[in-house]
Each structure stands twice: as C-alpha cells, then as structure tokens.
Design a protein around this ligand. Structure first.
Ligand code: UD1
Length: 422
C-alpha cells in the first residue's frame, strides 16, 4: 500500500484548483437510473469512490463512459440488467446505498446490501427505510440485504425525517420524482450537494421546490429525460486546502472555491486569526498574526460546521495558542486521528464526543497511520506544519476523496511525495 512522505515546515504560496464535489457526484450518478435517456456529468473529480460508483452502476446494466481523462462521465440507463446492489461493492462505499431510491422508483423493486460497519460509526439505514416506506415501499431485511418492492408504484406522501440525514434526503428526493402525486420531505438535509442534485433533477424534468431548506416539495412526473450537468465545487476539498496555508503560513488561493458554501467553517478560521477572502477566482487564505488562536468547534448539519472538516480543523488547532474544544455531534467515533496526531507531539484528550486540544508550539514528524478519508488528510496537514519527516501510511483512504493531493500541494511549495508500496 502506498504512503505519503512529507518534509514539513515550508510556508505555502500559490494556487490550488478545487475539483468537483465527491459527495455531490456520488448522489448525481445514481440519478441516471431514473431515466432511459443519457445523463452526462462534467467537472467530475478523479477519485476511486467515483470508480466504485461507476462499477456499481455498470453491474446494474448502466453504460458508463469516462471521457476527457475522467472529468466527464456519460451514463445511459436505457436497459437495466439488474436491480441488485451487491455486498462486494456496497461494503467498499456507503454511498452505494443511493441506488435504492432510484431503482425502486424506476423498476418498482430493489435489493441493496446493507453497507455494514464503517470506521467512523454504525451508520445505519433506518431513516432511508422509513422514508421509502412512507412512499409506499415494502422493505424487508433478509441475508444482510434490504429487499424493497413497490408493487403498485410509489405514491407521494408527507415524509418527516427523524434526523436530517443527507443520504436519506437524497434517496427520498430521487424516489419521489417518479412517485404519483406530491411528496413533502420535512426536516430535510440542507447540504449544497442536495441543492446540486435537485438542480440536475429539474434539468431532467423533475418538479422540485424548496431544496436548500428543510422542507422540500416534489410533484411526481411520469418520466424524466436526459441532461448534462456540471458537478458543484467540493466545499470539503476547499476547506481542507484553506487549512494548508493556515497551518504552514504563506498565502494560497483556492481556485473555484465558494466561501458561501463554507461560512461556518470560515468564521472559525477568522476567530483563529486566519484571514479568508472571496476573490473573483476563488478563496484566498493566509495567516494573520504569528500564532493561531484557539477556538471551540461543534459539528452540525449544514449550514453548521461540517463533520467532514473536523479532523482537519483539529490538525490546525494542535499548534494554536491556548485550549480548543472540538465536539463531534454527527458520528459517534470520529476522533481516530487524535491518537495519530498525539504521536506527532499534539496534546489531545478525548472524552466521549469532545476532544480537548492544548496547543503546542510545534508538531514533530512521525510515522502515522490513516484510518479514514478525512483523518488521512488531517495527518497530511499536520505533517506540512511539523518539524522533520512524517510518513502517512494506508493512504488508499485518501485516494477515495482527494484527487492528486501530492501534485496540488507540491505546486504551492510543499515537500510531499508518494512512496509506492514495495
Ligand atoms: C453524508 C456524506 C458524508 C458526511 C455526512 C454528514 C456523502 C456520500 N457522504 O453521509 O461525507 O460526513 O453526510 O454530513 O454524501 N443515520 C442514521 N440512520 C440513517 C441514516 C443516517 O442513524 O438511516 C445517522 C448516521 O449514522 C450518522 C448521521 O445519521 O450518524 C449522519 O448520516 P447522514 O447524514 O445520512 O450521512 P451520509 O449520507 O451517510
């Protein structure tokens, strides 16, 4: 397995391009199942998770072609061969469960493996199941698979979500586009990736209002058409690269980044003495004074502080002046980066869902292990700031969510390279 070697301590200067959003793309791709006509996505990020979703769709009979070096993905679901999402693919990536709603709407049936345990928590599917049952599906768990049928088709309904789950909102939204009558999703998730999905579905002929708010109304239609849609910029990749000059010093402009999608995160950076500015081309970031300020952070659904930036923020706060508290409210086990950061000299204590970070003057390079996608990149950020060499192993997690991370960081002056497994 490859590792990433970082020689820390260099301030970063220059530009980093921000790719299309992984999480938006993983919801947009299954939308192809809703129509017999082709769906083409542009601004697609080149990531292993996108390849996994392509494989899953191909296993269902979708024709998937990656064009322009993978930046464009053209899909055609003219004839579907199967409505079963196999465990072998689903276990690799939880977002595979986003085929459930579209398959059920198009085929009247779907068999989707439960994703199983995930490193950052239990992540069950109960909210998805309740929502689709409200639309008239009958769903049973047998042999580790959800068997869903809608014998006489899906029917619009009021669907209150117990928790504003991103995936459950996306599955329900897609299913409701082809249901008979009106569906109202109450307590819907408001993430920008949901707005991007709704925008694409509208291009395909769906009738949707209220996306981006907690009440989404969908008027079912008989059929959807094809469309071409550019994937929204990745706010999590943006936030991650905004932290790079914050942690090392210097100044970096994240090209294509949108500050309005990371407002609560940017407010915390501001409080930590990091200067953040929306420019014509993206988001420019630099450190204001000598030392980073300590801040308290609690993760929350959008528009709150994203859980997907918590690990990276912790890396920043390791060298802040004073004591910071990070509260994780979305996932129950998302502090696995803390012991690895401690190996680099950080002072972190975790009690339940809260991590207390006492800033140290300098981190020190060490061999560390990536445990999940965002944890891996937090170790890279820490390595950029640390004195000496940091070797991050098990970086396959990184390739799931960050395209060309070494190239992007080298281009702004970081001393970082991939070490191929021997
Ligand atoms: C999506 C993102 C992920 C992000 C998360 C929260 C994608 C592909 N992934 O994941 O990067 O960290 O949103 O912003 O978009 N839950 C249940 N029952 C359910 C569904 C969810 O209990 O049926 C719980 C989960 O265990 C978790 C919480 O709700 O604790 C949030 O999950 P959810 O919002 O559904 O996240 P995902 O869609 O899986």
């Amino acid at each position: 397995m490859d590792s990433i070697l970082i020689r820390g301590g260099t301030p970063l200067h220059g530009e980093i391009p921000i790719a299309g959003a992984k999480n938006a793309c993983l919801a947009l791709m299954p939308a192809t199942l809703l129509s017999e006509e082709p769906l083409t996505l542009t601004n697609v990020p080149r990531l292993s998770d996108i390849k996994t979703m392509s494989l899953l769709l191909q296993s269902l009979g979708v024709e998937v072609s990656a064009l322009q070096d993978g930046k464009v993905v053209a899909m055609s679901s003219h004839g579907l061969a199967s409505s079963c999402a196999d465990y072998d693919i689903v276990r690799k990536m939880r977002a595979s469960n986003l085929v459930l709603g579209p398959l059920l709407a198009r085929e009247g049936q779907a068999v989707v493996s439960l994703p199983g345990g995930c490193a950052i928590g239990a992540r069950p599917m109960d909210i998805h199941v309740e929502a689709l049952e409200a639309l008239g599906a009958e769903i049973e768990l047998r042999d580790g698979y959800l068997h869903a049928v809608a014998k006489s088709g899906l029917k619009g309904a009021i669907v209150p979500l117990r928790f504003a789950s991103v995936g459950a909102t996306e599955n329900t939204l897609m299913a409701a586009t082809l249901a008979r009558g009106t569906t109202v999703i109450e307590n819907a998730a408001r993430e920008p990736e949901i707005v991007d999905l709704a925008t694409c579905l509208r291009k395909m002929g769906a009738r949707i209002e209220g996306d981006g708010t907690s009440r989404i109304e969908i008027e079912g239609v008989d059929r959807l058409t094809g469309a071409t849609h550019p994937v929204i910029a990745d706010r999590i990749e943006l936030g991650t690269y905004m932290l790079a000059p914050a942690i090392t010093g210097g100044e970096v402009e994240c090209i294509g980044g949108r500050l309005d999608l990371v407002e609560s995160f940017a407010e915390k950076l501001d409080a930590a003495e990091i200067s953040v500015e929306q420019t014509q081309r993206g988001v420019k970031v630099s450190r204001r004074n000598g030392r980073i300020g300590a801040v308290d952070v609690a993760t929350a659904p959008f528009p709150g502080f994203p859980t997907d930036l918590q690990a990276q923020m912790m890396a920043l706060l390791c060298t802040a002046e004073g004591v910071s508290h990070l509260e994780e409210t979305i996932f129950e086990n998302r502090f696995m980066h803390a012991p690895e950061l401690t190996r680099m000299g950080a002072e972190i204590e975790v009690h339940g869902g809260t991590a207390t970070v006492t800033g140290v003057e300098r981190l020190k390079g060490a061999p560390v292990m990536a445990t999940d996608l965002r944890a891996s990149v937090s170790l890279i950020l820490a390595g950029l700031a640390a004195e000496g060499e940091t070797l991050v192993s098990r970086v396959y997690h990184l390739d799931r969510g960050y395209e060309h991370v070494e190239e992007k960081l080298s281009a702004v002056g970081a001393r970082i390279e991939r070490v191929a497994a021997t």
